[in-house]
Design a binder for this molecule. Structure first.
Ligand code: UDP
Length: 361
């Protein structure tokens, strides 16, 4: 069997690494060989946002490296569509595998489905019910042209049913849980970030911000920034790895200087996954607008505050591990004071999601 996997953004490298690993194990076991090749669209392309993940995760280099990043949504998706279509037309795989909700996901799914190549969507069925998010548009459209829809949660299956998608839908668990288990162990051996940043276990908070809805609007970004500056203190510093877009907008709105000069905020470049996992395990609280980080907080048993009004991962909120605070300073500070009762979530599988997906192919 021949698979072409399409990746382009940070979280996709992590998810794809787990499926590639399962494919390698499958091939070593002497079963029918699956040949996987990778298209990297170039949506994220630099050292910290892309290359480090390939080396940390021992991933094969992409067969095709495109350069479709750094432009508007339409131009980016259009360029990807043109390039991916050329490759798929020439190589005609049995399946095209796409992940999550980025422009790379949508471009891959559209190109493949119009060539009648079955599309496998991993992380299908998630909905925020907020169509102002580019990710929501990408998810809905991708799900509607996919052949095999691999859902991380039961509510994702339900969302698809409500949109009349019933065929090819499977609740397989969350491939990010596979990654959390596998790289969680590796991080303990390989990451020295706690020493590098001179942090104490449970003695700091961790923050990431990168959603366009938060970075691009001055009111939202400055309100979040205000909360972060207020909560960072000498006994509980704040570690803040800066996504390139966030850095750009903090600069634009004259907020970056205040972060740089704050005595208890540690700004860093975007981190490699092992360092990031280590911080997620050791932080006392995580504040984030990332989808992946919200769940990783739960996987590593760290309470989370989500800097958005809604989340696709509602079960983390119901189970008390996550609170949706939105962007307002007072709301964020109020959530920090809460201590909800927390219980386990039985949705994400046993860390064998990649294996389950392979069995479906
Ligand atoms: N991540 C990372 N380094 C960072 C920030 C995030 O390795 O500096 C990881 C994080 O642990 C998670 C993934 O990147 O696994 C999430 O990516 P992102 O927040 O960009 O996207 P989302 O999950 O919101 O789609």
């Amino acid at each position: 069997k021949k698979i072409i996997t399409i990746v382009g953004a940070r979280p996709q490298f992590i998810k794809a690494a787990m499926l590639s690993r399962a494919i390698q194990l499958h091939n070593q076991a002497g079963q029918e060989t699956i040949r996987e090749q990778l298209i990297h669209t170039g949506q994220h392309y630099d050292e910290n946002m892309s290359r480090i993940f390939f080396s940390e995760m021992d991933m094969a280099r992409p067969t095709w490296q495109l350069h479709c990043g750094h432009t508007t949504h339409g131009a980016m998706t259009g360029q990807m569509l043109i390039e991916i279509e050329k490759i798929l037309t020439e190589h005609r795989p049995d399946y095209v595998v796409v992940y999550g909700d980025t422009n790379s996901t949508l471009a891959g799914a559209l190109a493949a489905s119009k060539l009648h190549i079955p599309v496998v969507h991993i992380e299908a069925g998630l909905r925020s019910f907020n169509k102002a998010m580019p990710e929501e548009i990408n998810r809905i459209l991708t799900d509607h042209v996919s052949t095999l829809l691999c859902c991380p949660t039961r509510s994702a299956v339900q969302h698809l049913a409500e949109e009349n998608i019933h065929e090819g839908v499977y609740h397989v668990g969350d491939i990010m849980y596979d990654a959390a288990l596998f790289f969680g162990r590796k991080a303990e051996e390989a990451s020295d970030i706690m020493q590098r940043l001179q942090l104490e276990s449970k003695g700091f908070r961790l923050c990431t911000v990168h959603r366009a809805e938060n970075t691009d609007q001055e009111e939202r970004l400055s309100s979040i920034a205000e909360a972060l500056m207020q909560i960072a203190s000498s006994h509980c510093p704040l570690v803040f790895p800066l996504h390139p877009r966030t850095r750009q907008y903090l600069e634009k709105y004259h907020l970056l200087e205040r972060f740089v000069s704050h005595p208890h905020i540690r700004l860093t470049e975007p981190l490699g996954f092992l360092d990031m996992v280590m911080l997620e395990k050791q932080a006392s609280t995580i504040l984030t607008d990332s989808g992946g980080v919200q769940k990783e907080a739960y996987f590593h048993q760290t309470p989370c505050i989500t800097l958005r009004e809604e989340t696709e991962w509602t079960e983390t909120v119901t189970a008390g591990w996550n609170q949706t605070a939105g962007y307002r300073t007072d709301q964020i500070l109020a959530c920090l004071e809460n201590n909800p009762v927390r219980h386990e979530i039985d949705e994400y599988g046993q860390g064998n999601t990649a294996q389950k997906i392979l069995e479906l192919l």
